[in-house]
Design a protein around this ligand. Structure first.
Ligand code: PHE
Length: 316
C-alpha cells in the first residue's frame, strides 16, 4: 500500500485511493471495525499500520500540491523586469496647463477657485451684473439664448455673483470656466475659457485700483515669467465703476488683455452687500488668449481642433 501511495501521480487519484482505504467501506475502515475482537498485540499492530498509512497519504498530498504549485508558478511566470510596450502617451492640453498655472498663481495670492453652471439664468449672467435689458451684450447677435430664456454663460462674472450670494463678503475668489459668444475668427472662438477675479472687503480694508493693478501685474508677470510693459485705458463695463482695460506690449504691438474695475455699488447691492460698508475690485480675461501668446500661436481654433498630431508636435 505504501508503494501504491507513493506512485500516485495526481491529487484526484490520491483522493480516490484514500476513499478506498478510509472511506465508509474502505479496507482500513472495515478492519478497524473488527478491532475489538483482536488480540492486544494485533490491535497495536493495526493502529500502527493505520497511522502510517494516514501519514503516507498526507506526505504524498503535500508533495503533489507543491508540484502543482511549482508548475503553476513556472507557467504563469511574469517577468516584471521586461520593458513595457511603448504606449501612446498623452500630455496635458496647453489650455489646461495655462489654467493650472494661472490658478496656482491666483491661489498663491489668496484667491479661491470657484466654478458655476454653463447654462445661466438672466439674473446671474446679466441682471445682477447691472446689465440693463437694453445693453448690447444681451443682443441675440452676441449671446446664445435658450428657448426658456436662459443663456449659455457669456462671462464668468456670473460665478462671482453666485459666490457673493452663497459665501457672502468679505470674499477673495476667482471663477473659471467655459463661456460662449457668437463670434468666430482667428482670435475668437464661440467657446472660450474665462477667468475672473473678485476681491471685496470692508471699506477700511482699503482695496483700491492700485491693488487691482498690482494684482494683475503680478499675475501676468509670473505667468509670462518676465517683466511686462502694461498700459491702462479707461473703459466701460456695466458691473464696474471706474472701469479699465489693460493692454500689454508684445513685440512692438499693444495687445488688449483684460477688463477690470472697482465693483459697481449696484452689483454689491444685488448680492445683498451694502456698498457703504464694502468695496472691492474685479477683473476678467480669456485665458485662451494668454495661452496663445505664451505658446506663440496665431489661431485660437487650433486649441479646439483636437488634432493629436498638432498637440504632439507643438512641444507643449
Ligand atoms: N466680464 C468682462 C468680459 O467678459 C470682463 C470683466 C470682468 C471686466 C470683471 C471687468 C470686471 O469682458
Amino acid at each position: 500500500m505504501q508503494e501504491q501511495i507513493k506512485n500516485v501521480n495526481s491529487l484526484e487519484e490520491l483522493q480516490s485511493l484514500y476513499t478506498s482505504v478510509f472511506g465508509k467501506n474502505g479496507s482500513m475502515t472495515l478492519r478497524l471495525k473488527e478491532m475489538s475482537k483482536m488480540e492486544p498485540s494485533a490491535r497495536a499492530e493495526l493502529n500502527k499500520e493505520n497511522a502510517a498509512l494516514r501519514e503516507a497519504f498526507k506526505i504524498r498530498q503535500t508533495e503533489l500540491e507543491t508540484a502543482a504549485l511549482n508548475q503553476k508558478l513556472k507557467t504563469e511566470f511574469v517577468d516584471v523586469t521586461l520593458d513595457i510596450a511603448p504606449k501612446n502617451c498623452g500630455t496635458i492640453h496647453p489650455l489646461t496647463q495655462t489654467l493650472l498655472q494661472i490658478g496656482t498663481i491666483l491661489e498663491s495670492l489668496g484667491f479661491e477657485m470657484w466654478t458655476g453652471p454653463e447654462v445661466e439664468d438672466d439674473w446671474h449672467n446679466f441682471t445682477a451684473l447691472n446689465t440693463p435689458s437694453y445693453h448690447p451684450a444681451r443682443d441675440m447677435q452676441d449671446s446664445f439664448f435658450l428657448d426658456n430664456g436662459n443663456v449659455l454663460r457669456t462671462q464668468t462674472s456670473a460665478i462671482q455673483i453666485r459666490a457673493m450670494e452663497t459665501h457672502g463678503v468679505p470674499i477673495k475668489m476667482f471663477g473659471v470656466g467655459r463661456t460662449y459668444r457668437k463670434e468666430m475668427d482667428a482670435t475668437h472662438s464661440p467657446m472660450f475659457g474665462q477667468i475672473e477675479g473678485l476681491y471685496v472687503d470692508k471699506i477700511d480694508a482699503h482695496i483700491t485700483m492700485s491693488d487691482l493693478v498690482a494684482t494683475i501685474r503680478t499675475m501676468l508677470e509670473r505667468f509670462f515669467e518676465k517683466k511686462l510693459e502694461m498700459r491702462i485705458r479707461p473703459s466701460y463695463f456695466p458691473f464696474t465703476e471706474p472701469s479699465i482695460e489693460i493692454d500689454i506690449k508684445w513685440g512692438d504691438k499693444w495687445l488688449e488683455i483684460m477688463g477690470a474695475g472697482m465693483v459697481h455699488p449696484n452689483v454689491l447691492r444685488n448680492c445683498g452687500v451694502n456698498p457703504d460698508e464694502y468695496q472691492g475690485f474685479a477683473f476678467g480675461f480669456g485665458w485662451d488668449r494668454l495661452a496663445m501668446l505664451k505658446f506663440g500661436l496665431n489661431d485660437i481654433r487650433q486649441f479646439y481642433d483636437g488634432d493629436v498630431r498638432w498637440l504632439k508636435n507643438s512641444g507643449f
